[in-house]
Design a protein. Sequence first.
Length: 100
Amino acid sequence: MSGFKLQRLGMMMEPEPGNPNEVEGVLNPAAVRGPDGHLYLFPRLVAKGNYSRIGIARVRFNEAGDPTGVERLASHWNRKPIMSVDPTAAAAVRIPASLM
C-alpha cells in the first residue's frame, strides 16, 4: 500500500474516572462519519459484572486534523434510549436527532 502511512497518536477514549458504568472498560468502538461531517464512536461500555452498554462519542480534532479526544454524547445516566432498532427494517438503527 504505497502512500499509506499510520501514526500512533495514543489513547482515544478510556473509562471515565468515577463512572461505575465504565469501570471494567471502554472497548471495541465502531466509527462512522455522520451527515454533519463529524466522526462518531460507538464504544462498548462495560460495568461491573461484564454488564455492557453502547455509548456515543464525538471525536475532537486539533487544527492539524489529529484526533485529541472525545465528547461523550449519550450515556446511561440520562435514562434516554441511546439508539433504537427500526422494526420495519431488520438491520436499521435509528439514532435520535437530538444526539447528533
